[in-house]
Ligand binder design. Structure first.
Ligand SMILES: [Zn+2]
Length: 379
């Protein structure tokens, strides 16, 4: 006799199969659009890329088609990761590699992307299905596992270094959209060892702040260089993750952070605008602090220190290039609407939006601190 638990599990499996076959049926009914070989700038209603290619005409991006030559790995397909993956898919990225071990739950429905009928499916599987429907030109690779276990970590490293658009080549960018310290550390370790450039993102447990950060191993502070705010605030993550006590989340904050993250990825990959090293978002005061952090020579990660040595060597070898910066066109001084720009943040507000300075290793400073009133623990 099967136990109740076994039967419940079997029901879950059968339900999943039912969902999958329904999805297949709907695919056949809604026949997907055919793949497009070459991105075209032709302005017709049937061209899914016309608005993106218009970025070239507007002088923002030089070569938008290049987006198809890039592979991006998204680790964590939750509130931030799923929206990130959708944006990259809609932008026509060449390849997406998705990593997550979770299943879609009804408790996720306050966020964007997943739908109630997908409850019970693995997040990567459900995401791939939706994304493929949106844009069949994107290549997908999904991994339904936890990257922090030993075997999976080795496999994860292997896919980061070999799962590029052309098999055998590394991916172009790794995006951390995970919700815990351990997974971030795993990504950090892998990227330091491989010299892989990545971006980290996070939303606070109280749902009203978040951040994105670009990490270039050896050059900018890695996740181990600067103690994350969770450590700086002397709060042990384990005490936060209690059964029955769950973090708050808002689709708004997660959507904003995903938007900032993908914007930074597009700027980095397509070479336009200024790429942010660290960009924070404080929803309470609508405050967006930005800063750059150098790598810490005393970093605990040996590969980080090695990358720093290599970076220094490269710096010495390269002749200093004079950076000629185009002066920004002043558009607001004399405008026909008589609009004047004034600083939106007063001294008092700034004071209000700051808190105690965390104890940081030598060489690292913070551009802003966390207000006492709203002290999020970035996870
Ligand atoms: Zn480091």
């Amino acid at each position: 006799m099967a136990t109740v638990e076994e039967l419940k599990l079997r029901i879950r499996e059968l339900e999943n199969e039912l969902i999958k076959s329904k999805q297949k049926q709907s695919d056949a009914e809604h026949h997907l659009r055919p793949k497009i070989d070459q991105m075209s700038a032709e302005v017709v209603d049937s061209n899914p890329y016309s608005r993106l290619m218009a970025l070239k005409r507007m002088g923002i991006v030089q070569d938008y088609e290049k987006i198809r030559s890039y592979a991006v790995a998204v680790v964590g397909v939750g509130g931030v990761g799923s929206v990130t993956a959708e944006m990259l898919t809609r932008c026509g990225i060449g390849k997406l590699l998705l990593f997550d071990y979770d299943k879609v739950e009804l408790a996720n429905m306050n966020r964007l992307f997943f739908q109630p009928h997908q409850a019970g499916l693995s997040k990567v599987e459900a995401a791939e299905h939706t994304l493929r429907n949106i844009n069949p030109d994107v290549a997908f690779e999904t991994h339904n596992y936890n990257i922090t276990t030993m075997d999976n970590f080795t496999h994860f490293m292997n896919r980061i270094s070999h799962g590029g658009l052309e098999e055998g080549k590394p991916v172009d960018m790794v995006l951390s959209c995970v919700d815990n310290f351990e997974a971030r550390m795993a990504i950090n370790t892998a990227c330091n060892e491989l010299g892989q450039i990545w971006m980290e993102s996070g939303v606070s447990e109280n749902a009203v702040s978040g951040h994105i950060q670009l990490i270039i191993p050896g050059e900018t502070a890695c996740f181990a260089c600067a103690p994350p705010l969770v450590v700086a605030a002397n709060i042990d993550e384990k005490t936060l993750k209690r059964d029955g006590v769950c973090a708050a989340s808002l689709p708004t904050t997660m959507g904003v952070v995903a938007g900032l993250l993908v914007q930074n990825v597009l700027k980095y990959l397509l070479g336009f605008g200024t790429v942010s090293y660290y960009l924070g978002y404080n929803a309470m005061q609508d405050f967006f602090p930005s800063m750059a952090m150098k790598a810490n020579p005393q970093c605990d990660d040996r590969h980080c220190r090695q990358q720093q040595d290599e970076y220094k060597k490269k710096e010495v070898e390269q002749p200093k290039q004079e950076v000629v910066q185009d002066e920004e066109e002043v558009v607001h001084e004399d405008n026909e609407w008589g609009i004047e720009l004034v600083s939106e943040v007063s001294e008092a507000e700034l004071q209000d939006a700051s808190g105690p300075v965390p104890d940081l290793p030598e060489g690292i400073t913070v551009a802003y601190t966390i207000p006492e009133k709203v002290r999020p623990t970035e996870l």
